[in-house]
Design a protein around this ligand. Structure first.
Ligand SMILES: [Zn+2]
Ligand SMILES: [Zn+2]
Length: 350
């Protein structure tokens, strides 16, 4: 029987589980891993010292579209394949394989659900008119399509091979299935805001998974031309913080950079060498640790002391911002030693 990965042993103290701040969200304090401090200090220092700005990967941008909506039909199948590929020989292999299975459930749910009811066009237009993202994960009460998505996802988890699902995860799915609708939507809203209660982390993964399916399907039906910039670090479709930034290959614009939404999977253009959290441009640095990943770097901002993963998707088209963010957790360990806090959101990063 597979076991739920223990954060302390697998992620080597990346976060303090006594904190009220969820691991996937931003926080101000960078916990010091006692194991690193005691036994691996020299190695960790050497690796941290190897971090260097990467000006060679700073390039120009041509005529890049402002945003790209997700392809909800291919999104989850491709992500599941990426999780499986990353799991091979990885210290977090069991967790990555569990997420691959969960992502395949997301894809099955997506394929089996009835078409979404049409959106409330008047409410949607009003939100756009007031420079707000058209989708609102804070407002799921009474959304029968989201409720059906979460129900189907939890049924899919219950039907998974026991070897793929840790006991704690199966128990969490059962607990979530038994909660009143209002509590479920409140948990989904908390996840989307990066405020997951630490005593519901496992349940939150499933609420987030349902939210990803629901919002990606909704986002795929939006008018991309109606989207506009809301603020730095805010998805123009659903209002989430980004999970990572990508140099993409899907546009002919040279080295165009996009932020990726962890929830609705919309991507939006963001000026290079500009902090995705605060918009500062004067103290942004890039750091590579090729032995962790040749295609995933860290962008740090000396102004707000946040960081975000910066991914060369044009060089590795299979790269998935949600999956590769988790698989490159060693970068989080290193950069937090220098006092930077996570600036993005990844609800699967537990
Ligand atoms: Zn979004
Ligand atoms: Zn900043």
């Amino acid at each position: 029987m597979a076991r739920w990965p223990r954060a302390g042993s697998l992620l080597r103290g990346l976060w303090d589980t006594s904190s009220a701040t969820p691991p996937g969200a931003a926080r101000d304090d960078a916990p010091v891993d006692p194991e690193l401090a005691d036994t691996d200090a020299a190695e960790a220092r050497a690796r941290r010292d190897a971090l260097r700005p990467d000006p060679a990967k700073i390039g120009g941008v041509g005529d890049a579209p402002f945003a790209a909506l997700p392809d909800a039909v291919t999104l989850f199948a491709a992500r599941a394949e990426r999780f499986d590929a990353l799991a091979a020989g990885h210290p977090l292999g069991d967790y990555l394989r569990f997420l691959a299975a969960l992502t395949r459930v997301q894809d099955s749910v997506r394929a089996a659900l009835p078409p979404l009811p049409p959106p409330d066009e008047a409410a949607l237009a009003l939100r756009l008119q007031h420079a707000m993202p058209p989708l609102s994960p804070q407002d799921l009460d009474g959304d029968t399509a989201f409720a059906a998505t979460l129900d189907a996802l939890l049924r899919g988890i219950a039907a998974l091979d026991a070897a793929l699902v840790p006991d704690a995860a199966r128990d969490a799915a059962a607990r979530l299935a038994g909660r009143p609708a209002a509590e479920r939507t409140a948990l989904a809203a908390a996840v989307s805001a990066g405020a997951t209660p630490v005593d519901h982390l496992a349940e939150a993964v499933f609420a987030a998974a349902a939210l990803q399916v629901h919002l990606a399907r909704r986002a795929a039906t939006l008018d991309v031309g109606a989207l506009h910039a809301v603020a730095d670090g805010v998805c123009p479709a659903c209002g989430s913080a980004p999970v990572a930034s990508l140099v993409v290959g899907w546009t002919r614009a040279s080295k165009a950079r996009y932020c990726a939404c962890p929830l609705c999977a919309t991507q939006w253009n963001h000026v290079r060498v500009k902090c995705t959290a605060c918009g500062a441009t004067d103290s942004v640095l890039y750091h590579n640790v090729p032995e962790v990943s040749p295609d995933v770097a860290v962008e740090t901002c000396g102004t707000c002391r946040s960081y975000i993963k910066h991914m060369q998707q044009h060089a590795e088209p299979r790269l998935d911002p949600v999956a590769d963010d988790i698989a490159s957790y060693a970068l989080d360990l290193l950069i937090r030693e220098d006092g930077f806090r996570r600036g993005g959101l990844n609800p699967m990063f537990v």
